[in-house]
Design a protein around this ligand. Structure first.
Ligand SMILES: [Zn+2]
Length: 400
């Protein structure tokens, strides 16, 4: 059984032994703000700042968050909002959006004493952009390389297995929950993981494919890592799975949409969606200034042109198969600049399964029967894709 970078190993690790965050609170004003998180154990902590947008990232060992349901949705003083979750096997993260440049005055864990639990204390004070950036430069030298390997993607050995490799990419994860509905109870990251697991099982059951997932648990994987994951393994198909949302004001849209990569979005909604999905790294506290942007050159690459043709072909097959069993968006084929679709050599599509903001869609998205049916149509599209692809490859033999 092949697993994603945050394999079953992490999941299997006894959660009983993990520290638990039991409460969190923020106090102070727009000059000085303190965040306190109660913990069941004394743990190590490392905090640093990120610019554009201004964020404070607090890295701690893997922690179980048992915090009040709406914790982090709003803040106080310098803290606008915060998110938390697993970012890698063994590591959790708190990402705090701050209202202006801040300095980290203190980031410590105080031991439990006198009936008080262990407490993570983060003190922030207001500063100006210039001072903020100066500190950032210092932090960056100290931290260089420490983020590397967070999601070490080891190419899997093919071991002579000639079956095509399909990578399924459940969107979001960890502190990046994706869309939340139902008072925060239903999160896109869980909906798309459930669906991806169903799709994986069905593809594997066919016996015709090797299948790996970019994540099989609630870990966060940066967008560029997802792309690398597929490229390193020389995947023949990459399917990113998401579930959409629209603000109430924009009507009660519903149905599934299949997206491919393009420099200019097919319409305003597609552009807005790509922008939202591309924010994933910001949400999870990734330093975008460190992410190499190798995409500009790639777009005009010849290999990419071929990949693009295959991506479109698969997107059309998907829509063709899915329309028999699944409600589709009125315009189900779209394109936009999704970062996760930018592998130059792996045909890639992103599917929005439906609108979590639409009550009927949401009911289907969370139903096992619907998942099985929708995944079934996708398997048929994958079958057709590889049938024609293999036939095509035979015609131009010797190219690979
Ligand atoms: Zn999404």
């Amino acid at each position: 059984m092949l697993c994603g970078p945050s394999s079953a190993l992490a999941q299997g690790r006894a959660t009983a032994a993990l520290p638990v965050a039991t409460d969190i609170r923020v106090a102070g004003d727009d000059q000085q703000t303190r965040l306190i998180m109660d913990l069941t154990a004394n743990i190590g902590v490392r905090a640093f700042t990120l610019a554009d947008p201004y964020r404070v990232v607090v890295d701690i060992p893997q922690t179980v968050f048992q915090l009040p349901p709406h914790a982090g949705e709003s803040g106080r003083g310098l803290v606008k909002a915060y998110r938390y979750g697993l970012v890698m096997a063994g590591g959790s993260r708190l990402v705090i959006d701050v209202s202006r440049p801040v300095r980290i005055e203190k980031a410590v864990v105080l031991q439990a004493r006198g009936g008080e639990p262990a407490r993570l204390v983060l003190d922030l004070s207001a500063t100006d952009r210039e001072a903020f950036l100066r500190h950032l430069a210092l932090d960056r030298t100290a931290l260089r390389g420490s983020n590397a390997g967070a999601t070490a993607s080891r190419p899997q050995d093919r071991q002579g297995d000639p079956r095509p490799l399909v990578v399924i990419d459940p969107g979001h994860g960890g502190p990046d929950t994706g869309t939340k509905v139902g008072g925060g109870d239903v999160m896109e990251k869980n909906v798309v993981l459930d669906f991806s697991l169903t799709l994986r099982d069905q593809l594997e059951k066919s016996g015709r494919y090797r299948v790996v997932m970019t994540r099989t648990d609630d870990s966060f994987i940066p967008l560029a890592e997802r792309v690398k994951f597929a490229r390193h393994r020389q995947a023949q198909l990459f399917i990113s799975v998401h579930a959409d949302a629209l603000p109430k004001s924009e009507g009660d849209t519903q149905g599934a949409t299949v997206y491919t990569l393009s420099e200019t979005a097919s319409d305003a909604e597609a552009a807005k969606l790509a922008e939202a999905e591309n924010r994933s790294d910001v949400i999870a506290g990734i330093d975008l200034t460190k992410e190499p942007d190798d995409v500009a050159d790639i777009l005009f690459d010849l290999a990419h042109r071929e990949t693009k043709t295959f991506s479109h072909a698969f997107a059309r097959l998907l829509v063709g198969e899915m329309k028999n069993a699944v409600r589709l968006h009125k315009k189900p084929l779209k394109s936009a600049g999704f970062v996760v679709l930018k592998a130059p050599d792996v045909p890639s599509v992103l599917i929005e399964l439906g609108y979590m903001t639409n009550r009927q869609d949401l009911r289907l998205l969370t139903s096992e029967t619907w998942r099985a049916r929708a995944a079934g149509t996708m398997v048929q599209a994958v079958d057709q894709f590889f049938r024609t692809r293999i036939a095509g490859a035979g015609a131009s033999a010797g190219r690979r």
